[in-house]
Design a protein around this ligand. Structure first.
Ligand code: GTP
Ligand code: MG
Length: 302
């Protein structure tokens, strides 16, 4: 039996990197859906570069999104998450905040990589949008992975080195372009969003872990863009805890069971009224409550 790290997963086929030895193609024993990139596994070598995964070692953390029916693991055992956003195609504050909440709920540090800075001048509203997240305490790196790759590497190196970082975000933000400039031999095909009729798009279809090359150390995980990011696997109080501007107000509402909607003496709503909580974040909080109320079976709640 060997121990290995899951490098990639595509359906039921996985790539694992043994602690000693060469990469192996692996399958799971039984059709396990929960094994994800970054997982540490015990596997049995079958010869000819093949292995079967027998068990998953305990995880430090698991970043996932969910819907009413199931959780979708994004990566396990990460040190930090980078949400990649860009002015074009436009990023969604709703989706960005959902990733920030998931990372916060799992106690994983998270930063924003605002890519395509070469396009910021054409987008007057990106500055104020980034300010909101800076004011909440999230580091924001402004980079141009395609047009200024050397400066991009220079500004991200110290933050990335020595750590395992999950790159996540909507499609077309430039995650794979970032990996290509940080890991020159990654050779990832990036999507050509300008091409007519979307022909020849190279949107990423599976998650993959790369070692950062010397003099850096650490690892970078490229992942497919998402269009929705449910948080049904988190309870309402886990979600509030993971919102920095709400955390300090927990327990300050007049009613213990306050839904922060229309009860008198709600500390969250009074913070919205006097501007301590941004109206967009409050609207998201209400949406999350509604999603949990409508769809989440009780078994989701931890
Ligand atoms: N102007 C500009 N375009 C960029 C920059 N970085 C990436 N792009 C372009 O943005 C498009 C999408 O890049 P990808 O790296 O494929 O985006 P992705 O986030 O990996 O997308 P998915 O794999 O679908 O999730 C490509 O056409 C890139 O060339 C940048 O710094 N400036
Ligand atoms: Mg990609």
């Amino acid at each position: 039996m060997i121990e290995a790290t899951v490098e990639a997963r595509h359906g039921h086929r996985l790539l694992v990197l043994p602690d000693a030895g060469l990469r192996l193609a692996a399958v799971t024993r039984g059709r396990r859906n929960d094994i994800t990139v970054g997982d540490r596994v015990q596997a049995r070598e079958l010869g000819a570069g093949q292995a079967v995964i027998e068990s998953v070692l305990p995880r430090r953390n698991l970043i996932q999104r969910s819907d009413a029916w199931r959780a979708k693991p994004l990566a396990a055992n990460v040190d930090q998450v980078a949400v990649v956003i860009a002015p074009s195609p436009p990023f969604s504050d709703d989706l960005l905040s959902r990733v920030l909440i998931e990372a916060g709920a799992q106690d994983v540090p998270v930063a924003l990589i605002a890519n395509k800075a070469d396009l910021f001048a054409a987008s007057s509203e990106i500055g104020p949008r980034l300010s909101l997240y800076r004011s909440l305490g999230y580091p924001v790196f402004e980079v141009s992975a395609r047009t200024e790759p050397d400066r991009c590497v220079a500004s991200l190196s110290a933050w990335l080195s020595g750590r395992t970082t999950l790159l996540t975000g909507q499609s077309g933000m430039g995650k794979s372009t970032l990996v290509n400039c940080l890991v020159p031999d990654a050779g990832l095909r990036t999507q050509e969003i300008s091409s007519a009729l979307d022909a020849g798009r190279h949107t990423t279809t599976f998650t993959r872990l790369f070692a950062l090359p010397a003099p850096l150390s650490g690892r970078l995980i490229d992942s497919p863009g998402f269009q929705n990011f449910g948080l049904e696997h988190l309870s309402g109080s886990q979600q509030l805890h993971a919102m920095p501007e709400c955390r300090a107000l927990l327990g300050q509402c007049r009613f213990h069971s306050c839904s922060h909607r229309d009860e008198p003496g709600c500390a969250i709503r009074s913070a919205v009224q006097d501007g301590r909580i941004d109206a967009r974040r409050y609207a998201l909080l209400l949406r999350l409550y509604e999603e949990a109320r409508v769809s989440a079976p009780a078994s989701w709640r931890r």
